[in-house]
Design a protein around this ligand. Structure first.
Ligand code: HEM
Length: 161
């Protein structure tokens, strides 16, 4: 066996997911609380947006990579039928999390979300910032559940549903 396995889609997939969901965890549990504690409320959203822009580029790259490698696995391993099986719920959750991020990073954010958040923050700084915090918490939690369910399911520990 050569070294080809190292670029196998599963390895690429897990590395992309580690970097991506790990980054979301950092933003959720470290960056956002630090901004809340250290930045005056009327500057929080703008301050956060400036910092997250750096992560957004990483997230675009890792999201694309995770999606490509994920669908590559579904196709190469012939797993399309799994989408009809409730015990493969983790597959649906992975795709759901991926779809939300893809929409946010590639469509909504560049089109109008960035400007909308800044505009809203001028009217309601606290509400807008806390909404950003809640969104990140939900997405981080869903990402972790998807990753946990995927590892369990991929190794044969399926829920009896
Ligand atoms: C378009 C989106 C995605 C597709 C099509 C996809 C597809 C897949 C497939 C087919 C597998 C192999 C499953 C198995 O062998 O039972 C897998 C594994 C995995 N996926 Fe995804 N995935 C996607 C997104 C995600 C996301 C968003 C996460 C994390 C939040 C994730 C985390 C994982 C993990 C941790 C594994 C387990 C690898 C292992 O233990 O072997 N995936 N994915």
């Amino acid at each position: 066996m050569g070294m080809a396995w190292i670029v196998g889609p599963r390895v690429v997939h897990v590395l992309a997911v580690v970097a991506w969901i790990g980054g979301v965890g950092f933003v959720t549990t470290v960056l956002l609380p630090a901004v809340r504690e250290n930045v005056p409320r009327e500057d929080r959203v703008a301050f956060f947006e400036r910092f997250e822009r750096r992560f957004a580029w990483q997230a675009r790259f890792t999201t694309a990579l995770a999606g490509l490698s994920g669908f590559w696995m579904v196709e190469a391993l012939g797993l399309w039928g799994w989408f009809l099986e409730p015990s493969r719920w983790y597959l649906h959750l992975m795709v759901l999390v991926w779809t939300v991020f893809t929409l946010m990073l590639f469509v909504l954010e560049p089109l109008f979300l960035h400007d909308l958040l800044l505009a809203r923050a001028r009217v309601d700084p606290d509400g807008t910032f806390e909404r950003i915090v809640r969104l990140h918490r939900v997405l981080f939690a869903l990402g972790m559940i998807a990753a946990g369910g995927a590892v369990a399911g991929a190794h044969g520990w399926l829920m009896p549903v």
